[in-house]
Design a protein. Structure first.
Length: 101
């Protein structure tokens, strides 16, 4: 039986350079990426959904290593978090209610 192709394997097969970091360690405050990020390059994050605060931290860590992310923290929050994008797409989205925790 052939194993399914993972997103990482597919990216490598298409010629993309990739780096990985342990997500649990990142959440615990330790950002270690392997292999090292290419300095001066623009990167695309493909991974778990992050809170706006987590994504801002990821962005800062990557900038600190000399690279940049394609998506800014502001763009990430505006496009990935329902309360930020819902007003622009209300007419195409089921009725939604927001509650404070």
């Amino acid at each position: 039986m052939e194993l399914p192709v993972t997103p990482h394997t597919a990216a490598v097969e298409l010629g993309f350079q990739t780096s990985l970091f342990p997500f649990e360690e990142f959440l615990a405050g330790d950002f270690r990426v392997r292999p090292q990020l290419p300095r001066g390059q623009t990167l695309l994050y493909r991974g778990w959904m992050l809170t706006p605060q987590q994504y801002s931290r990821l962005h800062a860590e990557i900038v600190g290593l000399g690279a940049t992310l394609l998506t800014s923290p502001e763009q990430y929050e505006r496009c990935h978090h329902l309360p930020r994008w819902y007003p622009q797409l209300r007419e195409f989205t089921p009725e939604t209610w927001f509650f404070q925790e």
